[in-house]
Design a binder for this molecule. Structure first.
Ligand code: MIC
Ligand code: SF4
Length: 644
């Protein structure tokens, strides 16, 4: 039996496990990336491990999220990351160089290699045939130290693309169609692999849009073959030596196949407040639009920007619309400046933002009250934009630019002939914004600079014999990490300050959550299905840990968040009978009797409801390693125990 691309990538990096679906496999990591919002914590954790120099082939620290500097906090954190990376052998991509996933694809990604990143959209690298996976900061720190990265062996899904996209229909519409079909939890435990004749018609930036937003499926990752198209892209980046061919075997077996005829797709939008709430633009109709934001790691490539510039050229943005554009990298921005496309955008009335995440993570450009904002981004979770009652629609650059001109949601097919944009023969190459680390000889003399915003991360203790605590919060399905630990301009500066962050935990679901936790000193969280979807931010585990959360009991979990909870020493359980979820009320007194012994010996775990005098069976599927981590009180304690 032959292998899929995903299986080949895992097999060539396999350290432990036998690749049986559902079992734990350990893989060797070639490259890592961090961004600043998760990086500060990741480097503090790396320092705590005491490894002098990274052991990966390449590690890069990007500054792209916290680029609003409204106080000393972000600037101090950037300085910490710049110095700590210099000392430990990591490249530093300065603020202004661009969004981590865009820059990594352009300058560093290599087909056939493994990459983990402390950002959920790391699978962007799958666009050039990498096994690229989003992970918590601590997992990235361990990988930098040469440690193995563990995942549950995923199922393989083939998305078979036939035909060719019609004019004005974009790669974004392909991934929106996949989301419509599979939903935001449809990809959990799966690698989504793109195949079929249609693949050849898609350029690398288009492929990367699709693998990027595969994160919204909850998938482990997404991947395209590495073929002639990949070679052409790498050549244009002056990196043809990095190319290797990577195709599935002809007799590869997939667990699931989805067929999409590209020629049948139309421009689409994900409506508020979930990326899978997808309809065609014509079905939604010409709703009034207040704001249009173009950019983010999903749609900020040169090709995307050139399309937008061509649509805007010689026209003016509707007077009722605020249009902002953030090109994804210095390379993109610089090329737009040189070829005149930037001038077309500016003349049309676009507000040009720096090459960073910006509005995507609520760092500026929050819409007006009840505003409608069209964004070329990947997430439209409620409140993420910074305006609680705004409605965010996720669209292609074509739909965004067309609507910015008309002031209403517009099917770009109404604009006449579509611009044809092709990849340049050569991209403008300038890596001057990437600072190389010190040599091992110089490293000792590098001083790591820490600002007062950096506070120690919470410590944990070994798992107790029995835990009694309240159901301090009960939430529904599809709770995102943006609910658990919101981001945005006011909060992001405190990513290295867990005590301060804790005040904002679950604010949108229960404004008193932090206060109640502090009064009780401990608690359990009860959740619905797909709990913890979205971001890789480990703060969504570290902050609940700081607030005394001992276990989270749900109908099901999102992959990265579940791993982050275990790393933090918080037990993730699911209800053996989903209907037991309905029996628990917020405030009920609950107990996990004999929990240490039961986990240690693989016995059945039950949850007692002392208020209602009931008992529920819980399920867990921890590997031996995960069980030991929970017993030790998290990954850091576990590693210390192992070293001792
Ligand atoms: C996001 O898109 O939600 C983020 C901000 O990039 C996060 C990382 C973070 O919270 O810092 C992600 O996707 O992992
Ligand atoms: Fe940045 Fe948005 Fe991409 Fe997250 S999804 S990495 S915030 S651009």
């Amino acid at each position: 039996m032959g292998y899929t691309i995903g299986q080949k990538l895992i097999k060539s990096h396999l350290v432990s496990g036998d690749m049986t679906v559902g079992s734990e496999v350990g893989i060797r990591i070639d490259q890592t990336l961090t961004q600043d919002a998760t990086g500060t914590m990741a480097y503090l954790e790396f320092e705590a491990m005491g490894v002098p120099r990274v052991k990966t082939e390449l590690s890069v620290a990007y500054i792209d999220h916290n680029t609003l500097q409204t106080g000393f906090e972000n600037a101090d954190d950037h300085r910490f990351i710049q110095t700590v990376t210099k000392k430990h052998g990591i490249r530093f991509s300065r603020p202004g160089n661009g969004i981590c996933h865009q820059v990594h694809l352009e300058r560093f990604g290599i087909p056939g290699k493994t990459l983990i990143g402390s950002d959920s959209h790391t699978p962007t690298g799958g666009g050039i045939g990498m096994l690229a996976i989003g992970a918590g900061g601590l997992d990235v720190a361990v990988a930098m130290g040469g440690g193995t990265y563990y995942i549950t062996m995923p199922k393989m899904v083939k998305v078979n693309l036939t035909g060719k996209l019609s004019p004005w229909v974009a790669a974004k519409d392909i991934i929106l169609e996949v989301l419509r079909i599979m939903s935001v939890k449809g990809g959990v435990g799966k690698i989504i692999e793109y195949a079929g004749e249609g693949v050849k018609t898609l350029s690398v930036p288009e492929r990367a849009t699709i693998t990027n937003m595969g994160a919204e499926l909850g998938a482990t990752t997404s991947v395209f073959p590495s073929d002639e198209v990949t070679l052409q892209f790498l050549k244009a980046q002056g990196r043809e030596k990095d190319w290797v061919e990577l195709l599935p075997d002809a007799d590869a077996v997939y667990d699931e196949v989805i067929d999409i005829d590209l020629s049948k797709l139309a421009p689409m939008a994900a409506m508020p407040h979930m990326p899978d709430n997808v309809k065609s633009v014509t079905e939604i109709g010409e709703i009034k639009v207040d704001q249009v934001c173009i950019g983010s790691c999903t749609n900020s490539s040169l090709m995307d920007m050139m399309k937008v510039a061509a649509i805007l050229k010689g026209k003016t943005v509707a007077p009722t619309v605020s249009l902002s554009i953030a090109p994804g990298s210095m390379q993109v921005l610089n090329m737009l400046a040189k070829n005149g496309a930037l001038s077309d955008m500016i003349a049309a009335g676009a507000r040009i933002l720096e090459s960073a995440c910006g509005p995507c993570i609520g760092m500026g450009q929050s819409p007006n009250s009840k505003g409608v904002s069209l964004r070329t981004f990947n997430r439209n979770f409620e409140g993420r934009s910074g305006t609680a009652d705004a409605g965010i629609y996720l669209v292609s650059p074509e739909v965004a630019a067309a609507s910015a001109l008309t002031g209403v949601l517009t099917d770009p097919r109404k604009l006449g002939e579509a611009p044809v944009i092709t990849l340049p023969e050569k991209f403008e190459i300038n890596d001057s914004m990437v600072i190389l680390p010190a040599t091992p000889e110089e490293a000792d003399s590098v001083e790591v600079l820490r600002g007062p915003n950096i506070k120690p991360f919470p410590t944990t203790t070994a798992l107790a014999d029995e835990i009694t605590a309240k159901a301090i919060l009960k939430v529904g399905d599809n709770i995102t990490t943006d609910h658990i630990m919101p981001a945005g301009a006011k909060i992001l500066p405190y990513r290295s300050n867990i005590p301060h962050l804790s005040q904002f935990c679950f604010k949108q679901c229960d404004p008193d959550f932090a206060k109640n936790c502090q009064a009780e000193g401990k608690g359990f969280i009860i959740g619905g299905a797909n709990y913890g979807q979205g971001s890789s931010r480990e703060h969504a585990a570290l902050v609940p840990l700081y607030l005394g959360i001992k276990a989270v009991i749900t109908k099901s979990f999102a992959r990265i968040h579940c791993a982050n909870l275990i790393n933090a020493g918080i037990m993730p359980f699911t209800f053996a009978n989903e209907s037991d979820y309905d029996k628990i009320s917020q405030g009920d007194e609950l107990c996990l009797p004999d929990i240490r012994n039961r986990l240690e010996n693989g016995k059945e775990v039950v949850l007692k409801n002392l208020t209602k005098n009931e008992e529920y069976k819980l399920s867990y599927d921890f590997s031996e390693r995960q069980r030991d981590m929970l017993l030790a009180g998290g990954l850091l304690n576990y590693t210390r125990e192992q070293q001792a």
